[in-house]
Design a protein around this ligand. Structure first.
Ligand SMILES: [Fe+2]
Length: 487
């Protein structure tokens, strides 16, 4: 059944090809000699034989169409079809393709080429390109219009060609046409349209140098060699794209495992101290809210959130375990040990290269006070990293608003009073002002469901900018994402 449908499809394509050739016989047509056709065929053949594998590994792509379209520009649509058919046919035989594929590929390439030239001349593109002839006056306006007509013609070529190929793949694999088309076409369309401009160059070289002499003919060939070289660049681009994709997914995996490790660290400290369960996540949510109200965004915001989440990871060291478990007050000695957790946390955070810098320094300084009486370094005022000043406040808010064995959670009003009391001594006064007026902070403190929701989301870890691996797959994709219609 499927085989039958494929045969029908190929038969239909062959009929369209023959029909298009017959129709183009009556359009503009010169009578090129065998040498001219042969020269274009050799170029097309070289390009075709070295065709690249398509992105998803189904079917092949090449820029052999450059010589087909050049033949059309020089001698008319009929000859575009003939060069396409002969070029594709010989390369299919060279590659020992089964007859059904040979017929299909010859057919689709033939009618696509004829269609491109038909569109070109329908729009008023000049034939022949007489302004390229030696001694002729060059008319920029006419040339530009021709380029435009040709661009539209090339686009028709690619649409006809890619729909035909996608149709065959869709029947063979039983998947919707649109998904095959998107997968295989969109990313090459930009390169292909650029490459099609080479047809103009081939036509120019022919008219300028192919004067019927042996010398002219050799020169014509020499000048076309770079196009064959270009194909190799094209193949390299294809390989590079694949490499980029692999690197990108490796990067994603690394990032995921980093997140998992950090989450595990945060959870294991909280497991030691039942009263601080969820503390780090809540401090992260509060810090993020305050930072946003301060007008922070992007990397800076993500850095504050990461630092807040990790501010106490140093407590994972064994010496803190008995202190965290202890009921009742700490002795002076124990308190001195406890105070080293800020530096220990910063040390641990600094093991991840992406956290060195703002995240690490904010973690180290999260117990510094505005008046310089904090620890570990006794910094004061705006010398204290901004992230640390924010964490200092959210750390205090969370301590006050969660139940402790010795007291119940305090209300937001009490918290505000406390923050105001130590505004300018313990806390940065400007951040206190923003915090007490923050709608989000108020909600986080008084609405437990909202808080749970905010702490459930995975924090986006900040760090060095992600390497520029997300290369644009194609000109079109770049255009789409540039226009912001992507996700
Ligand atoms: Fe701390």
């Amino acid at each position: 059944m499927k085989l039958e449908r494929i045969h029908l499809y190929v038969g239909f394509n062959a009929l369209v090809a023959i029909g298009s050739l017959a129709a183009s016989w009556f359009a503009f047509r010169l009578a090129p000699g065998p040498w001219e056709i042969l020269a274009l065929l050799v170029v097309g053949f070289l390009l075709e034989v070295a065709s690249t594998t398509l992105r998803s590994g189904e079917g092949k792509g090449s820029i052999a169409f450059v010589s087909d379209l050049a033949a059309g520009l020089l001698f008319g649509g009929f000859w575009a079809g003939v060069v396409a058919a002969l070029g594709m046919g010989s390369s299919q035989i060279w590659n020992r393709r089964p007859p059904i594929r040979l017929i299909f590929n010859v057919a689709q390439r033939t009618y696509s080429s004829v269609a491109a030239i038909a569109v070109y001349s329908a729009l008023g593109g000049s034939q022949p390109l007489s302004y390229f002839l030696p001694g002729a006056a060059f008319d920029g306006g006419v040339f530009l219009w021709d380029v435009f007509c040709f661009a539209v013609g090339s686009l028709s070529f690619f649409i006809a060609n890619s729909l035909a190929v996608s149709g065959a793949l869709s029947i063979a694999q039983g998947v919707p046409l649109s998904s095959v088309w998107q997968r295989n076409t969109l990313w090459v369309l930009g390169y292909d349209l650029g490459a099609s401009a080479l047809s103009f160059f081939v036509a120019y070289a022919y008219l300028r140098f192919e004067g019927g002499t042996l010398q002219g003919r050799l020169f014509f060939f020499l000048i076309l060699l770079p196009i064959v070289a270009l194909r190799h660049i094209y193949a390299k681009l294809n390989t590079l794209q694949g490499l980029y994709d692999q690197l990108d997914s490796a990067h994603d995996k690394l990032e995921l495992s980093l997140r998992e490790q950090l989450e595990m660290m945060v959870k294991s400290i909280e497991a030691r101290d039942p009263y601080t369960s969820g503390h780090s996540r809540r401090v992260a949510a509060l810090s993020k809210a305050i930072a946003q109200d301060l007008g922070m965004s992007g990397d800076g915001l993500a850095e504050v959130e990461s630092a807040a989440l990790l501010h106490d990871v140093g407590k994972i060291h064994a010496e803190f375990a008995p202190l965290l478990q202890k009921e009742g007050r700490l002795t002076q000695d124990e308190w001195e040990i406890m105070k080293t957790h800020a530096a220990k946390s910063a040390e641990l955070v600094g093991l991840f290269s992406r956290f060195r810098g703002n995240v690490q320094s904010s973690v180290r300084s999260h117990h510094e006070r505005w008046d310089g009486k904090g620890y570990p370094d006794g910094m004061a005022g705006s010398d204290i990293p901004l992230g640390a000043r924010i964490i200092m406040i959210s750390d205090t808010i969370d301590a006050m608003t969660t139940d402790r064995p010795y007291r119940k959670a305090l209300s937001f009003e009490k918290v505000v009073a406390e923050l105001q009391k130590y505004r300018g001594s313990q806390f940065d006064p400007a951040i206190v002002d923003v915090t007490v007026n923050s709608v989000t902070v108020r909600r986080l403190v008084s609405d437990k469901e909202f808080l749970a929701e905010q702490t459930k989301a995975r924090p986006s870890f900040a760090g060095r900018p992600r390497p520029a691996l997300r290369s644009q797959s194609s000109f079109l994709e770049a255009l789409r994402s540039g226009m912001g219609s992507g996700s």
